[in-house]
Design a protein around this ligand. Sequence first.
Ligand code: FES
Length: 142
Amino acid sequence: MSEDIYREMILDHYRNPRNKGKIETPDVRIHDSNPLCGDEISIDLKVEGDTIKDIKFDGRGCAISQASASMLTEMVSNKPLATIKDITKNEILENIGLTNLGPARIKCALLSLKVLKLGMIKYYIDKDPNSAEKLKEDSKVL
Ligand code: FES
């Protein structure tokens, strides 16, 4: 895809975010911010069996952080929760078409992935603290 198409896609997700809001009774709610700018993302998950049955994000921040969160919710919706640990930083950057960002903007793009991985770990810690420790190592939280 050309850069213009990616730019359009980011603006579209920023202006019309998918899965934005809150889940009334989430199984996990997790929140974090980008220390460089203070922008924030929170993610609510509803998990059934091991599948992400519902996901919503909320937050405020730049177009990249918010669009990236919107795209991420679409990427993992109805997927097994454990697959979150395998999502890489490059996958996110390729997904939003921004593979040549500087370090500060990379943090914008990856904020939601960080929150989602923390949310997955929190969910498993509540269920089984021992396996969660291993998961924490495997998921390489940013
Ligand atoms: Fe704050 Fe992008 S400038 S997350």
